[in-house]
Ligand binder design. Structure first.
Ligand SMILES: Cc1cc2nc3c(=O)[nH]c(=O)nc-3n(C[C@H](O)[C@H](O)[C@H](O)COP(=O)(O)O)c2cc1C
Length: 381
């Protein structure tokens, strides 16, 4: 007899190496531009803490820089000092007390450094900003091409720079463990340094780190090898990729990259898109519900690597459907979580889980369950 009420896959735990997530709901990284001296603050504690309280399985902090000069803005956080790790520790400890796992997304903006916030259009810092104490600085990139007009020309990386940036990721990964993170993700998407190497639009090198696809993948793969080697076997390693970037990198490339990443110990491919060229608002992929799911699906089927899909996933049955189809193993939500930090509880209710409130902390759960019981009595249930 088939089980008439199987547990929704969304609420089935998932084990990645030594970490078991209580469900498949992931809070996608969301930069806040609110760090002070590159350290997370009370803002981050509340911002991230409420997602853990709301029942998510894995809570990502925002893209966090591996070095001072790799930050996008003066207000981005880092994890290149012990003091920053300590500030993160307070947040990861809290997330754990709420039954969620925590993830850090390690990033290096490459040529996309020294900008204003998104609500100022990510404009490159100018003379006026310098006068106000926020001088621009130049980034590093595979080729000396500024990311837009008015931005400083990045330094073309030599092999020493390549080694330094890889080592910065290794050091940041180790420090992330001191900071209490359960899961590490390398940000290989959205036009930042790894993708700058991957994409022919931004990588015009003539040495072994450029040229054909294998050459353009070399930096990212060496970086992953170094980070994986520095992590205990029990720590899951994820990679966010721009499956298509609008600058010459496409899905056939991503499938090849995914297989290489899997071979090197990446546990989940986090499927996103875009970011290499054009304005912030340029959408490479039409914004329909679940717009990255077809990418996650193809990558999973062709390489066998578990995938995480993100992008306009807002409904419980929608998310459950993607997992049931086998298109992805994890669903990540960003803006919907800002709208409704208790989305997991509401999803549990929508999917018919018997006691959805139990996902909430006890000081909430007991009262809300009682309210439901009283309401049911009122309805004569
Ligand atoms: C406020 C905000 C900040 C974001 N910051 C990051 C980030 O730090 N790193 C990243 O990879 N993606 C970032 N993203 C992209 C999201 O993680 C996600 O991929 C995207 O918003 C699509 O998911 P959604 O439709 O559920 O919002 C950000 C999105 C938002 C809305």
């Amino acid at each position: 007899m088939p089980d008439e009420n199987p547990t929704p896959l969304l609420f089935t735990p998932m084990t990645m190496r030594g970490v078991t997530l209580r469900n498949r709901i992931v809070v996608s990284p969301m930069s806040q531009y609110s760090a002070v001296n590159a350290e997370p603050t009370d803002w981050h504690l509340v911002h991230l803490g409420k997602f853990a309280m709301g029942g998510a399985g894995l809570v990502f902090c925002e893209e966090t820089s591996v070095s001072e000069r790799s930050r996008k803005t003066y207000d981005c956080p880092g994890i290149y000092t012990d003091s920053q790790a300590k500030a993160w520790r307070r947040i990861t400890d809290f997330i754990r007390t709420q039954g969620a796992a925590s993830a850090i997304q390690l990033g290096h903006a490459g040529r996309k450094v020294a900008t204003r916030a998104p609500w100022d259009g990510f404009a490159p810092l100018s003379e006026a900003d310098a006068v106000a104490g926020r001088a621009p600085w130049s980034g590093l990139a595979p080729s000396p091409i500024p990311f837009r007009e008015g931005a400083m020309v990045p330094k073309e990386m030599d092999t020493d720079d390549i080694r330094t940036v890889i080592q910065a990721h290794v050091d940041a990964a180790k420090r992330s463990l001191d900071a209490g993170f359960d899961v590490i993700e390398i940000h290989g998407a959205h036009g930042y340094i790894i993708q700058q190497f991957l994409s022919p639009a931004t990588n015009q090198r003539k040495d072994g780190y450029g040229g054909d696809r294998a050459g353009r993948m070399r930096f990212g793969l060496e970086l992953i090898e170094a980070v994986r080697a520095a992590l205990p076997d029990s720590v899951p390693l994820l990679f966010r990729v721009s499956c298509v970037d609008g600058g010459g990198w496409g899905m056939d490339d991503t499938v090849v990259l995914a297989a290489e990443l899997k071979r090197r110990g990446v546990d989940v491919l986090d499927c996103s898109s875009g970011g290499i060229e054009g304005p912030l608002t340029l959408h490479i992929v039409p914004r329909v519900p679940g717009y990255h799911v077809p990418f996650a699906d193809r990558i999973k089927r062709e390489t066998g690597i578990p995938t995480m899909a993100v992008g306009l996933i807002t409904e419980a049955h929608q998310a459950e459907g993607y997992l049931r189809d086998g298109s992805c193993d994890l669903v990540a939500l960003a803006r919907e979580m800002m709208w409704d930090p208790n989305w997991p509880v509401h999803a549990a209710a929508a999917l018919g889980l018997p006691k959805p409130h139990e996902l909430l902390p006890r000081p909430y759960a007991w009262w809300l369950q009682r309210r439901e019981d009283v309401r049911a009595l009122g309805r004569g249930v």
